[in-house]
Structure formats: C-alpha cells, structure tokens
Write a protein that binds this ligand. Structure first.
Ligand code: XIL
Length: 344
C-alpha cells in the first residue's frame, strides 16, 4: 500500500491536525500529502473559542468554513476542536463570574457552532483538559463558577444541536493511573445522568521514553470497558528532552534559559541515524499496541503534518528543532513511517 490511510483501512482512521495555511490551501506540498495520507483532520487552532468566538456577539467562521469544505471535498472524517476549554479562551469569557451568564454564554457558543456544522462535522472534542493530574477537576474559571456541571451542560447542548455527531472528552496524560480513574468517574457520571458521550480522546503527546505501553494499554482497556471508543487525538513523539524530565535543579530554572543549550536540543539540524532509529522503534511499538486494540480504537490523529510544522518546535521551549512526526521538513517519510507501514 502507498499511504497510511489505506494501510490502516478497516483498523482505524488516520489523521493530522491542520494549521491555518494548510486549511487555506496556501501550502501545496502540505495539501498533497494530507490528501494522500490521511482520512481525518482536526483544526490545530482555528476553532478554539478565542478564534471562532472572539467577542460575545461576534463569531468568525471564515477559516472554519474553509476547513470543513476541505474535509468534505476529500470525504474525510472531520473533527471539531474544541468547544469548551479554559485555554485559548476568548478574553471576554475568561473572567465571567456569574453562573447564569456563563450558562447562557456556553449555550450560545455550543449551539451556534455545532448547529452551523450539523451533519458536516463528524466528531466534536466537546470538553478539553478539565482534569488535574491526580484525576480531580481542574479549578478553571468554568469549574469555579459552575462546578463540574459545565461538562454535562456542554455535552448535552452538543448532543441536542447535532444528535449524530460523535462527542468526545479530550485530555493529556490519560495514561496516568490517577488521571485515568478521574476520566472513568467523569464518563460514568455523564452516563448515569443520561448525557451522551461517545469517546475518550487521549491526546498522546509522548516521548521516546514514556509513557509505558502498559500504562497506555490499561487506559485503552479502562475506557473501552465503559462502552466508549478511544481515539488518539494529538499524537506526537518528542525527540528532545522535556525540562521537567531533567533533574530538579535544572527544572527550577526558567525554560528560556535552555535555549541554545545542546543538552536540550541534541539534534538541531537533523535527527542522527541513531535517534531516527529510536523514534522508529517507539512508533512501531505504539502502533503495534494500537493494532492489538483496533476494535476499541476509532482514530489515530497526528498533531501536525511534518516536523517543521509541529508545535513542539515552539513548546515547551521556543526555538528548538524537533522531529516528532512521521514526515520530515521536506515532506519525506521518515524511518518511523516505514516501520509503521511495515506493520501492515
Ligand atoms: C496547541 C497548538 O498546536 C499550538 O499551535 C497553540 O499555540 C497551542 O495549542 N492540547 C490541545 C491542543 O488540545 O489544542 C494544543 O494545540 C496542544 C495541547
């Protein structure tokens, strides 16, 4: 086979997050690769609250409309990301303290957007990152004003606005046992209230070392046991060290101080052969696990198309050269791509 989407046909969808210039089809090399390799897309930033609903009575749909049209033109499974999230939230909404107003604003937001794309956006990341690492609820402004009711509200509204859309709770580090338990509690409580939830999205911003396959597998099993699907929504494997993985003294320094430090950026130009092999091994192991549980997994989406376009060049430290995806900066498939394809 000649593409990821064909290789994994019948197993799960294969996707990529698209940036603005890709959505606007300004970037032909990207578009060619996206159309060839992927059958599902996610907007990296363009449907977040601050972008799509920048003022209380102003929605900005230009780019989102183009995004949906691009997906439809290619018969892709179209993901909406994300309706309710404390981050990249419009400033006018950030400090709302009145619960009645907050409910009204969430209603207006979810209804307007989900109805606009009814029958066209196939899956919604309804709520993003509502949990802490220990599985308790994050004390975002949403939570401070409404408690965890904002979560059920958002799911209820989305289900009413488009009964056929798949509704997902999305978060990072969902392999962690304590956070996993928090998601299980959340999904159960929604189900007990009769609120529709179809899936758990594991973001999957991972590294060469972790998380362990066992932890990921235990989460797949725990979520699937609730009767919901598991999606890997934002997969990438950083090839560079994260500051919090270094020793305590190092972590106390501000991230900016690492810029230019060879320890933090060991492959500034290109991946060494050895590192490319490590990345390939890691992706192979990850995809073996996905295939083992393909009956529970409906989608694997990469967070970006090629290495040069990945957010990991800017986060958590700005200006590093990272290599987290399956395609290099020239849009060529890497060793990791070959090893993933060889599984089929
Ligand atoms: C990231 C984007 O990739 C960046 O371009 C942006 O500056 C910040 O957000 N979890 C999510 C995604 O759910 O929306 C985030 O995307 C990455 C972490």
């Amino acid at each position: 086979t000649t593409s990821l989407k064909d290789a994994f046909k019948g197993d799960f969808l294969i996707g990529a997050a698209l940036n603005k210039s890709q959505i606007e089809e300004k970037d032909t090399l990207s578009i060619n690769l996206i159309e060839k390799e992927f059958n599902t897309i996610t907007p990296e930033n363009e449907m977040k609250w601050e972008q799509i609903h920048p003022q209380k009575d102003t929605f900005y749909f230009d780019i989102a409309d183009k995004y949906v049209a691009l997906g439809e033109k290619n018969n892709m499974h179209i993901v909406g990301h994300t309706l309710v999230w404390h981050s990249q939230l419009a400033p006018w909404m950030q400090n709302e303290k009145d619960s009645i107003t907050m409910v009204k604003n969430i209603e207006h937001h979810v209804n307007t957007i989900v109805k606009r794309y009814k029958g066209r956006i196939d899956t919604w990341d309804v709520v993003n990152e509502a949990l802490n690492e220990d599985g308790s609820f994050r004390t975002s402004n949403f939570y401070e004003v409404m408690g965890d009711n904002f979560i059920a509200l958002a799911f209820k509204l989305a289900a009413e606005a488009d009964p056929n859309a798949k509704l997902v709770y999305n978060d990072y580090n969902l392999w962690k046992p304590e956070k996993r338990a928090g998601v299980v509690r959340l999904v159960k409580s929604l189900q007990e209230k009769g609120v529709k939830i179809d899936g758990v999205g594991m973001q999957a911003h991972w590294s060469l070392e972790g998380p362990s396959i066992e932890d990921i597998e235990n989460s797949i099993l725990a979520y699937a046991a609730l009767g919901v699907k598991v999606s890997f929504t934002e997969l990438d494997v950083t090839a560079l060290p994260n500051p919090w993985d270094l020793d305590g003294a190092a972590v106390e320094q501000s991230y900016e101080q690492y810029e230019g430090d060879p320890k933090m950026n060991p492959y500034p130009e290109k991946l060494s052969e050895a590192a490319a092999m490590q990345l390939a091994n890691r992706y192979e192991t990850i995809f073996k696990l996905f295939l083992k549980h393909k009956d529970k997994i409906d989608r694997v989406t990469f967070w970006g198309v090629n290495d040069g376009q990945s957010w990991l060049n800017y986060w958590p430290i700005n200006g590093r050269t990272n290599h987290p995806l399956l395609f290099d900066r020239d849009f060529n498939p890497k060793k990791a791509y070959e090893r993933v394809m060889a599984l089929k």
